[in-house]
Design a protein around this ligand. Sequence first.
Ligand SMILES: [Fe+2]
Length: 159
Amino acid sequence: MTVVKSTLPDDARRVAGAALQDTLVDLLGLSLTGKQAHWNIVGPRFRSIHLQLDEVVDAARSFADTVAERAAALGVPPDGRPETIAAAFRLPGPKDGWIRDEEVVAVMVEALRTAIARLRERIEATDGPDPVTQDLLIGITSELEKQRWMFEAENWPRD
Ligand SMILES: [Fe+2]
């Protein structure tokens, strides 16, 4: 039963709905793995990376709300249940237990790189069907690319 009527034709709604749901899973998962690293990081760069991780978490949580509400506005009920995230989340994340600062940087670069690649596919997919959803995905990608740059800049080799 459709409770909320969509402003989009069925085909476009399906494409946009899938892009938004998949992005919701990535962002909610990223907010959890970011916090996991925030709590478990150890090493001389603890403080700066600990704080930087919260920037990623805050952005991921805020964008998760934006994409979920966009899905709802299109008549697609968003699914952010923990069992859904656990079953569908595919981004790299930190291992269990304490994790060295340099490992945190490496895993966050990889997680963000993967999330960005997936977002760019969805930007392509939504180009015709729904430019409004595409615009949201572009904004999210821009922020995640900024975050990825900041972690990558941490990787400069020492002498
Ligand atoms: Fe904290």
